[in-house]
Design a protein around this ligand. Sequence first.
Ligand code: PMT
Length: 221
Amino acid sequence: LRDGPLLGVRVVVTAGPTREPIDPVRFITNRSSGKMGYALAAALAQMGAEVTLVSGPTALATPPGVNRIDVETAAQMLDATRAEAAGAQILIGAAAVADYRLHTPSAHKIKKKTDTLELSLVKNPDILCELRRAYPDLFIVGFAAETERLAEHARDKLARKQLDLIAANWVGEGRAFERDDNALHVFWNGGERELTQKPKADLARELAMLIAERFRSRTGA
Ligand code: PMT
């Protein structure tokens, strides 16, 4: 029997990296393992939420009780997230979405014919911004991965993307990406909380509790 502070609440979580094809055998990606997003999906499901995980390519097992949709590119992640968010109350963007994709991926394997190779990139749509536009009432939680001025950048993303909450982490030099532990500095309008370094499973439970708290206080439930 399911129980918990998010009983029956529908939550969509994005996790992992995206892959933007260069040609049929190569792609641009990043260091995200999916561990943070999967831990969050597991924690939310344990709190009674009905969780859909929209996942880029990872080596991870689907957490118990979680519905998982696999995607590769940012465009596919946007489409799947938009479809799943219809009827959801909360969206959490833990995925490391590629900001750029190839303007024109090559239909055939690029040959090693020249000493230099230039790739032309175009900006990907921002999934959280698109979803805010599509669903003004959705409770949207973003992440911020920063190598400098963490609080300033996180607060800027909170405002610019019209998020309800943002969880910021330091990245680079062996931090956050791929590791089994992490720390988060969480911001919302009128408040902030530091969640100290710990295993991602434990950190995810703390963040999920905070999300439930903020979600309830916004909806007045
Ligand atoms: O997967 P792990 O190895 O466990 O690592 C965890 C993590 C570091 C990937 C995770 O904790 C994290 O920080 N995820 C967000 C990474 C990121 O892309 O941050 P950003 O500051 O570039 O983006 C800000 C927010 O906008 C994020 O919620 C992101 O999902 C979202 N975004 C970004 C680009 C884009 N085109 N669409 C988006 O929705």
